[in-house]
Design a protein around this ligand. Structure first.
Ligand SMILES: NC(=O)c1ccc[n+]([C@@H]2O[C@H](COP(=O)([O-])OP(=O)(O)OC[C@H]3O[C@@H](n4cnc5c(N)ncnc54)[C@H](O)[C@@H]3O)[C@@H](O)[C@H]2O)c1
Length: 254
């Protein structure tokens, strides 16, 4: 399908897991994808290039918490295409976080989580928005989580950061709407991404209670997110902004 033909998208945290799935899905809909990750995203880019041609995927190594690197990411993206249509803010400190009681969370780790999961979204908006404003169009999709609604024990840093994602979406939607830029949140529930599926301890602790909390009693799979992502990235959602789409089998109600 060609719902994103001639569009250029940046996906942060595109090197593994859900970011890789989003990148492939955007490319399958016709977009050229810039894969921005602090880790190596080359193999994901190669899989897109094999399917769609070498011009359709570009790797730009980026730490989203570092302003100069985000600035360079946007400049290099514009050099590739002359424009920027879609930003998917997916990068987060997530699977590497061990559960920790509030009494045990180190301040330095707290700040790192906020720097990536919150400041990263601010920096992406700060440097992407001027070009979207010039173009009078744009889609920013912020990845939150059901934990922003439900809360989560032993993950205060992570759940607080995802709560901030919802507020960033709402505020940016109000600020950028005058420029025809749509800003929405995609909030997955527990999804069997590469990192989650490989984490037996996490699955043992969370899988059964999460499934029990759902209306649809099964695991969430990465491909379950693609429909909502493409909807939010495409013209199909042009009159929708500031909203959260939860894809979690009906565990939370937004
Ligand atoms: N998998 C789930 O169950 C689930 C549920 C709800 C929300 N989410 C959210 O979805 C997103 C992806 O989840 P995942 O399971 O693929 O996570 P993951 O931990 O496997 O992947 C995170 C990606 O972000 C990248 N990253 C980390 N720090 C970065 C930085 N400073 N700059 C650039 N990139 C950086 C990592 O290298 C990695 O590629 C995250 O935002 C996560 O919070 C996941």
């Amino acid at each position: 399908m060609d719902r994103l033909k001639d569009q250029i998208a940046i996906v942060t945290g595109a090197g593994v897991g859900l970011g890789a799935v989003y990148s492939r899905a955007l490319a399958d809909e016709g977009a050229t994808v810039v894969l921005a990750d602090i880790a190596d995203a080359t193999s994901v880019a190669e899989s897109i290039q094999e399917k769609h041609g070498s011009a359709r995927a570009h790797v730009i190594k980026t730490d989203v918490s570092a302003e100069k690197q985000v600035e360079a990411l946007i400049t290099q993206t514009l050099a590739i295409s002359g424009k920027l249509d879609i930003v998917v803010n997916n990068a987060a400190v997530f699977s590497s976080l061990p559960p920790a009681a509030v009494t045990e969370i180190d301040v330095e780790l707290w700040d790192t989580v906020m720097a990536v999961n919150v400041r990263g979204l601010f920096l992406m908006a700060k440097h992407a928005a001027p070009h979207m404003i010039k173009n009078k169009a744009g889609k920013i999709i912020n990845i939150a989580s059901g934990v922003a609604y439900k809360g989560m024990p032993n993950m205060l840093h992570y759940s607080a950061s995802k709560g901030a994602v919802l507020t960033i979406t709402r505020s940016l939607a109000r600020e950028l709407g005058a420029h025809n830029i749509c800003v929405n949140t995609l909030a997955p529930g527990l999804i069997m991404s590469d990192s989650i599926a490989a984490n037996e301890e996490h699955i043992d602790d969370y899988r059964a209670p999460v499934i029990a909390s759902r209306s649809l009693k099964r695991d969430g799979l990465p491909e379950d997110l693609i429909g909502a992502l493409i909807f939010l990235a495409s013209a199909e959602s042009d009159f929708m902004t500031g909203q959260t789409v939860a894809v979690d089998g009906g565990s939370i109600n937004t």
